[in-house]
Design a protein around this ligand. Structure first.
Ligand SMILES: [Zn+2]
Length: 154
């Protein structure tokens, strides 16, 4: 499902019933491929993935279609951080203490890695605002359940 703002602009510019707009990005941008290659990570564009989302499995990053290349760029760093976390954050441990810890440390590692490669975002940049919004979704999902269980004596 396309984001509502894209659907709206699509409807506005073309009232005929036609195919939905084509994917905005299909190729992997050079800057992403170059960094991935440096870390031995494979990048796969996955149009079946959720729009504006990435995922990872071992040394593979899956990128859905992104509406904004700047958001895709920081999302890539986040997925790269997940791939590198077993070595750089967990020191070989099997798992993070919690989902929010995994996501938060992946964001810190992502921003640190990007900084190391010469990229930096300000606190109010659209990239970091988006990153904080992503992180906040995990707070809601994980900690509300835990806090509720605690209050219930569970
Ligand atoms: Zn994540």
């Amino acid at each position: 499902m396309l984001p509502e703002h894209i659907l709206r602009s699509y409807r506005r510019t073309d009232s005929r019933p036609t195919d939905p707009p084509k994917a905005i990005m299909t190729d992997i941008p050079d800057r992403i491929q170059e960094i991935a290659d440096q870390y031995g990570i494979e990048i796969i564009r996955d149009p079946e993935s959720d729009r504006n989302h990435g995922a990872n499995a071992g040394d593979i990053i899956f990128l859905g279609e992104f509406d904004d290349p700047d958001i895709e760029w920081i999302a890539f760093w986040h997925e790269l951080a997940h791939c590198l976390a077993p070595k750089l954050v967990l020191f070989g441990r099997g798992q993070h203490m919690s989902m929010i810890s995994s996501e938060g440390s992946a964001w810190e590692l992502a921003i640190g890695l990007a900084y190391m490669h010469g990229y930096e975002w300000g606190y109010y940049s659209k990239e970091l605002v988006w990153a904080r919004q992503q992180l906040a979704t995990y707070c809601r999902n994980e900690y509300l359940e835990e806090l509720t269980a605690e209050l219930d004596g569970g």
